[in-house]
Design a protein around this ligand. Structure first.
Ligand SMILES: [Zn+2]
Length: 434
């Protein structure tokens, strides 16, 4: 563990805080207040990379001695270290400016994505490093859910040994799946795999994953929404609405509010692809009638664009690429299909707008590439709601296929940024070595 400099003023702290940022009962509990302040520091480090002690004083309202104390706590958990900036240049001007940075590989989060014929995993650090990735394909889909659970347990074991090599801790494994995931972590409907309702977390534990590891399942579009929200330029919106189309038949979606996935009480929040646009319309895979997915989902677009034959021969992705190529060439049918899709998607987004009032809409998956043609319809539908001085922005997703994994890792690591005391103190020998 690096030495922690004395407070610059050297004065003892008179109070724990000049401006406690917690209200109610938690403020009365010193350990909750401390966790809260530790979380502020870690979130600021995630956002800005490095911080000076002055930055932390401003953000927490703490006196310098208390800031020193907080940093010492985080350093004792192996989460932060001093970075002496300025180097040679600073020599002539007295003491170099000391900044604090995250230890890049102390806290790790494993993200696993299950698809019909593939399992993909990425191991991320809390500082945003990608430490490892793995993928496995199965030729005829997954057999029993236990096969997937075994594969995930093996990925967890691999991640734990990598974490041990780095002197890090694996804090979470977050699995993403297509289709709805209930608030109780159960996959609610695995239409893609034919498994029905499933307690995947229980199966992964039964396959040998440690009881102490936080394991969660979330919908993959919700995870992608989280990642794309955080990929937006600052200042980020309070509410981001995300809609995507990837390999499935429906549009996926997600709502991110105050930086977190808004999944709702039962975990189904954010299913923008199943907003009704015509209550007497087409039947949707979800069992409802007239969902926006039945008009703007990949299969609907390919049918309207007369590309279903190509989709059957070469696959949905190749057919969507062809649609995009025809749009780029300005072919009238393709352009008409995409513009109409923008009108319909806009109608669904307006409904969502009236409920959650986003200030940005992000189009992910192949919708990102169609934004030029979708946006006029979306903006026209949102026009009655859009303030002249603060229009709703429509953006393309920036992370592509990786969005779900990036978001899943971030979601799993979030508890550490709320309360860094979930990370154990370094053992004495580790601390001496560091
Ligand atoms: Zn539906």
């Amino acid at each position: 563990m690096g030495s922690v400099p004395e407070s610059r003023r050297g004065a003892p702290a008179r109070g724990a805080s000049r401006a406690p940022h917690l209200a109610g009962e938690a403020a009365a509990d010193p350990s909750a207040l401390r966790s809260h302040n530790l979380g502020i520091v870690m979130r600021m480090l995630r956002e800005h990379g490095t911080l000076t002690r002055k930055d932390i004083e401003h953000a927490t309202g703490l006196v310098p001695a208390s800031v020193t104390n907080l940093i010492a706590d985080l350093a004792a958990r192996g989460l932060v270290r001093d970075q002496r900036a300025g180097g040679i240049e600073a020599r002539g001007r007295g003491r170099p400016r000391v900044t604090v940075e995250q230890v890049p590989d102390r806290c790790l989060g494993l993200a696993v994505r299950i698809e019909r014929e593939r399992l993909t995993a990425e191991l991320h650090s809390s500082a945003g490093l990608l430490l490892d990735s793995a993928s496995r394909t199965v030729s005829h889909g997954w057999g029993q859910p236990g096969d997937v659970a075994d594969a995930i347990a093996a990925l967890i074991a691999r991640a734990e040994s990598l974490a041990a090599e780095h002197g890090g801790v694996l804090l979470a494994c977050t699995v993403t799946a297509p289709g709805p995931v209930g608030g109780d972590n159960r996959i609610a409907d695995t239409l893609d795999f034919g498994w029905g309702h499933l307690d995947l977390v229980g199966l992964v534990r039964a396959a040998g994953a440690p009881e102490s590891l936080r394991i969660q399942v979330i919908n993959d579009s919700r995870a992608a929404a989280l990642a794309e929200h955080w990929a937006l330029a600052r200042p980020r919106p309070h509410v981001t609405l995300y809609v995507e189309s990837t390999s499935g038949p429906s549009l996926g979606g997600g709502i991110v509010a105050d930086g977190r996935i808004l999944a709702g009480g039962r975990g189904y929040g954010g299913e923008i692809g199943h907003i009704t646009v015509d209550w007497r319309g087409r039947s949707c895979v979800c069992g409802a009638i007239g969902c926006v997915s039945t008009y703007v989902g990949p299969d609907a677009l390919l049918t309207s664009a007369r590309l279903t034959d190509l989709a059957q021969m070469a696959g949905r992705a190749a057919a969507l690429d062809e649609l995009r190529a025809r749009l780029d060439r300005g072919e009238k049918r393709a352009v008409d299909v995409a513009l109409r899709a923008g009108d319909i998607l806009g109608a669904a987004l307006r409904s969502a707008y009236d409920v959650v009032n986003p200030s940005a809409v992000v189009l992910g998956g192949y919708l990102a590439g169609l934004r030029r043609w979708l946006e006029p319809g979306i903006q026209m539908q949102l026009a009655p709601r859009s303030e002249k001085l603060a229009p709703v922005t429509v953006e393309s997703g920036r992370l592509g296929r990786r969005a779900g994994l990036v978001g899943a890792a971030r979601h799993g690591l979030q508890p550490m940024f709320e309360d860094p005391t979930v990370v154990p103190l370094l053992r004495a020998d580790d601390a001496a070595a560091g």
